[in-house]
Write a protein that binds this ligand. Structure first.
Ligand code: 3HC
Length: 290
């Protein structure tokens, strides 16, 4: 038995990284009270600053109905997991893409959250069924997969694990509508769900081509942007989402990792968030295609 979507008032987002702070912002923008939790104060402060930057941008463009401060007033921050989730109706976990880590978090959520809370994971591709098995209430566990940057991307996948109840999935779907996003159900818990399964070859093939000296990064991105009309090429997109995110997704799925990606992760050049990835952002160079 989970809470009705209409009764959801307090939300916790676990993780203040790219996805965590973006989801926190979207939920607060929709009028909910939300607590953003991460394991270190520095991570939280970085995430909070990103929300402030984003709200400022939206305000400058006249896209806010209230002041950035009013939105920020609905956001609490903490490093304490129990404090973050003990009185919430919905938890959205946005921790790194490692199954054991997520299972540990969901096991703690089982202890700390109210019995009728919805426990959602923003995982990109890990099994909702396996995450849910770490709890005594797999029927309340669901996938709620946002896209980067959450403030700008409209779609959210609502993913059934094998035990997810219709009641949980339907309340999650309605909640997604209430934050002004477009939900789609994913009824089979397949690796990558729908979007990342479609996106996988678009990201993988160019990474293998560059690793094999068959294309440059700029050529591959230029092809997809100028010829196909995509908003970003695959390497620019990897820099936005985080090269480490795609790396962990492949590792967890037991898929081979293209050498160019391995090299970037070893050097900790993970994309925009580290100032350097496939492109150099510190030098202000960015992704200007040839
Ligand atoms: N908040 C507020 N403003 C933002 C912002 C944010 N989070 N991000 C960018 N902006 C601002 C920019 O700073 C820019 O402001 P300026 O005009 O003052 O310079 C303005 O918005 C316009 O941005 P852009 O000119 O860069 O371009 P667009 O608005 O047209 O589009 C985009 C930006 C939506 C990111 C677009 O490039 C796009 O759709 N890219 C592809 C993104 C995508 O495919 N995401 C999914 C990735 S897969 C994923 O997330 C799965 C996961 O599991 C890994």
């Amino acid at each position: 038995m989970v809470v009705d979507a209409a009764d959801i008032q307090r939300v916790a987002v676990l993780g203040a990284g790219n996805m965590g702070h973006g989801i926190t912002e979207v939920v607060a923008l929709a009028g909910y009270d939300v607590t953003m939790r991460d394991i270190e104060q520095d991570f939280i402060e970085d995430g909070y600053e990103s929300i402030e930057w984003s709200l400022q941008k939206l305000d400058e463009k006249g896209r806010l109905d209230e002041s950035p401060e009013d939105v920020l007033d609905r956001i609490d921050i903490t490093t304490d997991l129990e404090e973050a989730v003990s009185d919430v109706d919905l938890v959205i976990e946005a921790a790194p893409e490692q199954l054991d880590l997520k299972r540990d978090i969901f096991s703690d959520l089982d202890d700390y959250t109210p019995a009728d809370a919805i426990l959602a994971s923003n995982t990109s591709s890990l099994s909702i069924t396996k995450i849910a098995e770490a709890t005594e209430r797999p029927e309340s566990v669901v996938g709620m997969h946002f896209f980067n940057p959450p403030v700008k991307m409209d779609l959210v996948e609502v993913i059934y694990g094998e035990e997810t109840s219709d009641e949980t999935a339907e309340a999650t779907y309605e909640f997604v509508e209430s934050i002004d996003k477009t939900p789609i159900y994913v009824r089979k818990d397949v690796n990558g769900f729908v979007v990342n399964s479609v996106l996988g070859p678009f990201m993988d093939e160019p990474a293998w081509m560059v690793s094999n000296n068959e294309s440059t990064i700029r050529q591959a991105d230029a092809a997809m942007v100028h010829e196909r009309g995509y908003p970003m090429g695959p390497f620019e997109l990897a820099d936005l989402t985080g090269i480490d995110v795609g790396y962990h997704v492949r590792k967890e799925a037991g898929k081979p990792v293209p050498p160019i990606m391995e090299e970037k992760v070893e050097k900790e050049e993970l994309g925009q968030k580290t100032g350097k990835g496939y492109y150099d952002y510190e030098e202000g160079e960015g992704a200007d295609y040839e």
